[in-house]
Design a protein around this ligand. Structure first.
Ligand code: MG
Ligand code: MG
Length: 253
């Protein structure tokens, strides 16, 4: 069942969203060659806890980190490790959530490590824009399928593909609530969008095929063809004043 939020609840979610967004900024500011993904995870956890919040993902379904940190052809759910060291030219995806005053925020970004290839930079930019294409379909009377259609149509123009096995979702008292928000879809299909809906829109975009596989660690998801993957996510609310991006904390981010 879709949990509709009132304006007070959305206000509280803005606070959780802000802490989530700030954690990503902290991580971004420490990304450089030679840094381990565990180090970034520790900084993220410290930031969230200093703000009186809890990392949403720590222990969620048994996940061992505060953030999912995935590199290059890893799509999502990478486990932070002191043995995973960032290299010049990598692209690194950081996916984080913060639980504060009863609600979660959920957001992800893809950052370059130093100079990256033109193709990698393009994938990052197109993935970011595909989020905005999806967000622009969030209107009262539209349906969930309109969001995914907007994302998939946009990335296809560049020869990229939207991952199908993993999807966006409702966000609230639980990190993962109804409805599913796929990154592909048919216009006019799926649940209707209404005021009080809060969802994570999170395009996971591959350079090659949309097919992915889970590694034997039980978490890390990679592209099957070894192509690069990028991720961009925000938690957004549909309010009487339009769509509000709850996890956005800095223009140009
Ligand atoms: Mg996320
Ligand atoms: Mg999410």
């Amino acid at each position: 069942m879709i949990q509709i939020k009132n304006s007070q609840q959305i206000k509280a979610m803005r606070e959780a969203g802000r802490i989530t967004g700030e954690a990503l900024i902290v991580a971004r500011d420490h990304i450089r060659e030679g840094v381990s993904t565990k180090y970034l995870d520790t900084l993220i956890r410290q930031h969230i806890e200093e703000r009186g919040a809890k990392p949403s993902f720590l222990g969620l379904y048994g996940f061992p980190g505060s953030a999912c940190i995935s590199i290059n052809d890893e799509v999502i759910h990478g486990i932070p490790s002191e043995h995973r060291i960032l290299q010049e030219g990598d692209i690194v995806k950081i996916d984080v959530g913060a639980f504060y005053k009863g609600f979660h925020g959920d957001s992800a970004r893809t950052f370059p490590v130093g100079r990256v290839s033109e193709e990698a930079a393009k994938l990052i930019a197109v993935t970011k824009q595909s989020f905005y294409e999806g967000m622009s379909a969030v209107k009262v009377g539209n349906r969930i399928g309109d969001i995914g259609y907007a994302i998939d149509t946009y990335v296809s123009r560049f020869g990229f593909s939207a991952v199908r096995r993993y999807v966006g979702h409702g966000v609230g008292r639980e990190v993962h609530e109804s409805p599913d928000v796929p990154n592909y879809g048919t216009p006019g299909r799926g649940p209707r969008l209404c005021e009080g809906l809060v969802i994570a829109i999170e395009p996971m975009i591959n350079q090659g095929s949309f097919e992915v596989r889970e590694l034997s660690d039980g978490w890390t998801v990679k592209t099957v063809d070894g192509s690069l993957s990028a991720h961009y996510e925000n938690t957004v609310a549909l309010t009487p004043d339009g769509v509000v991006n709850l996890t956005e904390v800095e223009i140009g981010e």
